[in-house]
Design a protein around this ligand. Structure first.
Ligand code: FMN
Length: 486
């Protein structure tokens, strides 16, 4: 038996272990133990001289990294499931061959239906050879329809994927038309449906396609893509390319992942966006926060199984899947909503809350004053949401605050950690000189330092989604123990 101290691993190893554990819905300790147990005897560090648990874990993580996939082939959450792949008649149909191969190597059973048009682009022979299954093409096939085969196909799928989804298939789906096997199965299935559109940018932008897209989304269909880039037609580029098959592989893995989630049973309250402080009926004080970071954190916690209440100021970005949204405007409303969401195990206060509000809101629009060009606004302090929650009688066990600073980043954040009663402060440099591409406020990237009561770690610049994912994994880690015997 060797002992592993997660704390002593280097940052890269910790991150890899954290990512792997989060994907598999396990604690880092459990994951470390399994990884070492799975290490083939020939690669077991015990047999090549290393007896230390952490060293053995490094060897195991290296094996994992060299597999090169976001979901390791042997560890795919949708393994053993059955995907019904509907291939539409577009140039991107060739990408399905790679998609089938990648799903099959992850032990997913792939049944394919090809539309008549799809067979102009790739052949049932190659689809059948790669899927190792009969390929279905005809609604009125005498053999298959002896037992109403299209209903059987619809019923037996764990997930239906339409890729590439032509403009024509999307139009049929949006209108419930059934004139071939693909459209019949799409109307008959109760399984989740994912659509990966691929078409010329002009077709994608056409109001008819936009209408159909809105209908499909409202029907609960998941749309993935299309991506931007060069089109098959020479000289054309824009939005219309089918997304990379690996994106679909990862999405299917996520959607069919029914393993236990590490934050299942835990409640998290996350604040996001700016607050608006009313001046008069048409004016308010606001800030440049877009809500991108807060929303991403809410989504990342939800993906790990937490019940997430997202208290958001006014933003224009979409609401993440699987979170309960509470929309607020002012700091005072935000505080009330956060308190109403307690008790919770986790609080992540990301919103850029206005420190001050107008002392006396005007019920009428403030008019220009002919006698003076000055119009002073008296400000009073808003409640401090982080501080209130950090000292609350129903304080969550982990309270995380964000400190957007433009100078003395670490010093100011350290002071906040103490005064606000927070466990962690995420300090981010929102100054124009932060060097973050596109700027932090409103942009897609972030550069943060995580301050805990025991130290500080500076994370490299990364996307806000990546910050969210890593933070969620760090939260999982902090809620579990840090030492394990193997
Ligand atoms: C060379 C060629 C390429 C095509 N590429 C696409 C495409 O990428 N996306 C699309 O929506 N339609 C495309 N079409 C039109 C479809 O093939 C056509 O709408 C067909 O009826 C679709 O049938 P289906 O939806 O049953 O597969 C293309 C047609 C041709 C001739």
């Amino acid at each position: 038996m060797a002992s592993i101290t997660i704390r002593n691993l280097d940052e890269t190893a910790k991150r890899r272990l954290r990512e792997r554990a989060a994907r598999n819905g396990r604690s880092m300790e459990e994951e470390a133990r399994l990884l070492i147990q799975e290490l083939p005897v020939s690669r077991d560090a015990d047999s090549n001289g290393a007896t230390d648990g952490n060293e053995r874990l490094h060897v195991a993580l290296e094996e994992e990294r060299s597999s090169g996939n976001s979901f390791a082939v042997n560890d795919y959450p949708a393994a053993g499931k059955r995907i019904l792949l509907i291939i539409g008649g577009g140039i991107a149909a060739y990408k399905c061959l790679d998609l089938i191969r990648r799903l099959r190597e992850r032990r997913v059973e792939v049944r394919a239906i090809m539309t008549k048009a799809a067979q102009e682009f790739i052949t049932p022979l190659s689809v059948g050879a790669l899927s190792a299954q009969k390929v279905f093409t005809d609604l009125f096939d005498r053999e298959d329809e002896q037992d109403v085969g299209h209903i059987r196909l619809a019923r037996e799928a764990d997930l239906v994927l339409v890729a590439p989804a032509t403009a024509d298939l999307m139009a049929k789906m949006a209108n419930g038309l059934v004139d071939d096997l693909a459209s019949a199965v799409l109307l008959a299935t109760r399984a989740p449906v994912v659509v990966a559109p691929a078409m010329n940018p002009a077709m994608w932008d056409h109001p008819a396609t936009r209408r159909n897209l809105a209908v499909l989304k409202a029907d609960g269909i998941r749309i993935e893509g299309p991506a931007k880039g060069e089109m098959a037609e020479s000289g054309e580029s824009g939005t219309g390319r089918m997304v990379d098959p690996m994106i679909l592989v990862d999405l299917i893995g996520d959607l069919l992942d029914d393993r236990p989630k590490p934050l299942a049973g835990k409640r998290a309250v996350v604040t996001s966006g700016p607050t608006h402080e009313t001046i008069d009926p048409v004016r308010y004080i606001a800030n440049r926060s877009s809500g991108k970071q807060g929303h991403a954190i809410a989504a990342a916690l939800a993906a790990l199984g937490a019940e997430v209440i997202l208290v958001s100021g006014p933003v224009t970005i979409p609401v993440p899947r699987d979170v309960a949204l509470v929309e607020v405007e002012s700091a005072r409303e935000m505080l009330r909503a956060v308190e109403a969401a307690l008790p919770a195990e986790i609080a992540v206060m990301v919103a850029a809350v206005a420190d001050f509000r107008i002392a006396r809101e005007s019920s009428q629009k403030i008019k220009k004053n002919k006698r003076t060009t000055r119009q002073p606004l008296e400000l009073i302090e808003n409640p401090d949401i982080l501080k209130t929650i950090g000292h609350h009688k129903r304080r969550p066990s982990l309270v995380v605050g964000f400190a957007a600073e433009t100078e003395n980043l670490v010093k100011n954040a350290q002071a906040k950690l103490e005064s606000k009663g927070a466990d962690w402060i995420i300090a981010n440099d929102v100054s124009l000189s932060s060097g973050v591409r596109g700027g932090v406020m409103g942009g897609d990237r972030n550069s943060i330092s995580l301050l805990t009561r025991t130290g500080i770690s500076k994370w490299p610049e990364m996307s806000k989604l990546e910050v969210a994912r890593r933070l969620a994994e760090a939260i999982v880690e902090s809620l579990s123990t840090s030492r394990v015997e193997v």
